[in-house]
Design a binder for this molecule. Structure first.
Ligand code: AMP
Ligand code: GLY
Length: 424
């Protein structure tokens, strides 16, 4: 099959690498891709939101199967357009991608179908939100309804902070139209776990667990980012947690979407908080996590295209997912200053150290070729350095060792990715 992957970050690099190992893959394209993806796929200079151009490209290049990796094109309806053009496409249609695209929708769905989550209220009016906030217990969590690059969530410790936060979201429109509605949610405490799953509309298959580190600085300080590092599996995802989620969360979510005539095919990413009272859904995403994909996919034994085709065809029932009995850790190398302001265009050196090492992966996120053919930094998150090991601790040691093989100006990373492993 000829494949088109849509996106250009570390997640899409991990997807392209898995696709390149499939016996079903012939030619692989990635739009727009990046300098690392170029080593496993042909990069096409079309942006992920240029829907007409993507559909034309797919038609003109005999694409048999399209994989949409990113949230924006999913929420915007790219899957619908591809399928209307006769291109089989992996990912939820627009009416199902709303599971990620609107936090207010997701919360109402969970309430209606008794899926465990934090107590909340949705607001279209700033004044009504403020009234509610003034009567609330603190801390409290404010969430812009729509997509906000993982940054539209504010945890507020006092009334004043919450009033200021509501103003930023709903009046100043710091996250754009995403702030037309706002969810105000109870603050929960506990361990966070990311669980990715394949879904074919009715059947769900859970992948191995992972944990992200969302804050920019060591010790979970600083601003929220897209994710500074991950490990998999999570030692906190116990059999007991798994049983609970299977009983009350996973299949319940798939069934709820079907009942609403929003059949979901693709990836559901469950962002879970394991609280004292059991697991609760923090958020849903409609795609692989980034950088969760960079620790989960390298451990998956299945042929990814077989699994994705089964999702599209409604035949996931026939598939058993298999993961290696080991561990992986990913440390993100970012540009100093991320997620606020940072320089680009710095030459990156050291890639050759990863050659011929099957347990080490250098996933590219924000990289490109400059006019002289050098690979240079081109974003906040630059690379995701993943290593496997027999145990989480070994994987962590290996990943940090490999971060030293790479060099560029303003290289920044967290030094405590996977520290939680020591507390397990
Ligand atoms: P979300 O995008 O909804 O996953 O939120 C981003 C991050 O904010 C999560 O990973 C949590 O660390 C935190 N967060 C979100 N909702 C809550 C909540 N109700 N209680 C505590 N922390 C939360
Ligand atoms: N790493 C979290 C996310 O992809 O949303």
């Amino acid at each position: 099959m000829n494949i088109l992957v849509v996106g250009g970050g570390g997640r899409e690099h991990a997807i392209c690498m898995s696709v390149s190992k499939s016996k079903k893959a012939d030619k692989i394209y990635c739009a727009p891709g990046n300098a690392g993806i170029a080593s496993v796929a042909e990069c096409v200079p079309i942006g992920a939101m240029e829907f007409d151009k993507l559909v034309d490209f797919a038609k003109n290049n005999s694409i048999d199967f399209c994989i949409v990796g990113m949230d924006d094109p999913l929420v915007g309806g790219l899957v619908d357009l591809m399928e209307e053009a006769g291109i089989r496409t992996f990912g939820p249609k627009k009416n199902a991608a709303i599971l990620e695209g609107s936090k207010a929708f997701a919360k109402d769905l969970m309430k209606k179908y008794n899926i465990p989550t934090a107590a909340y209220e949705n607001f279209d009016s700033y004044d009504e939100a403020i009234e509610y906030i003034k009567k609330s217990k603190f801390p409290i969590v404010l969430k812009a309804d729509g997509l906000a690059l993982g940054k539209g969530v504010l945890i507020c410790n006092t009334v004043d902070e919450a009033i200021e936060g509501a103003r930023e979201i709903m009046l100043d429109k710091k996250f754009g139209e995403s702030g037309n509605r706002m969810v105000v949610e109870e603050f929960m405490t506990g361990r966070e776990v990311s669980v990715l799953s394949f879904v074919d509309g009715k059947t769900i298959r859970i992948m191995t667990s992972a944990q992200d580190h969302k804050r920019a600085g060591d010790g979970d300080t600083g601003l929220n980012t897209g994710g500074m590092g991950t490990f998999s599996p999570s030692p906190f995802y116990t059999d007991e947690v798994d049983d609970y989620c299977k009983k009350y969360i996973y299949q319940a979510t798939v069934d709820a979407m079907r009942s609403e005539n929003r059949e979901f095919k693709g990836i559901i990413f469950f962002g879970l908080m394991i609280t004292e009272n059991g697991p609760r859904v923090l958020e849903y995403n409609a795609r692989f996590g980034d950088p969760e994909a960079q620790v989960v996919l390298p451990r998956m034994k299945n042929d990814i295209l077989e699994v994705m085709e089964a999702c599209v065809d409604g035949k996931l029932d026939d598939i058993t997912l298999e993961f290696e009995d080991n561990a992986a850790v990913c440390v993100v190398l970012a540009s100093d200053g991320y997620p606020v302001a940072y320089e680009k265009g710095k030459i990156i050196k050291g890639f050759e150290a990863f050659d011929n090492k099957s347990d080490y992966f250098c996933f590219h996120a924000g990289t490109k070729f400059d006019d002289d053919g050098n690979i240079v930094t081109n974003g906040g998150r630059v690379l995701g350095i993943t290593a496997k090991g027999d145990t989480l601790k070994e994987a962590r040691t290996n990943a940090y060792r490999a971060t030293e093989w790479i060099d560029f100006d303003n290289k920044y990373m967290r030094h405590d990715i996977g520290k939680a492993i020591d507390e397990a």
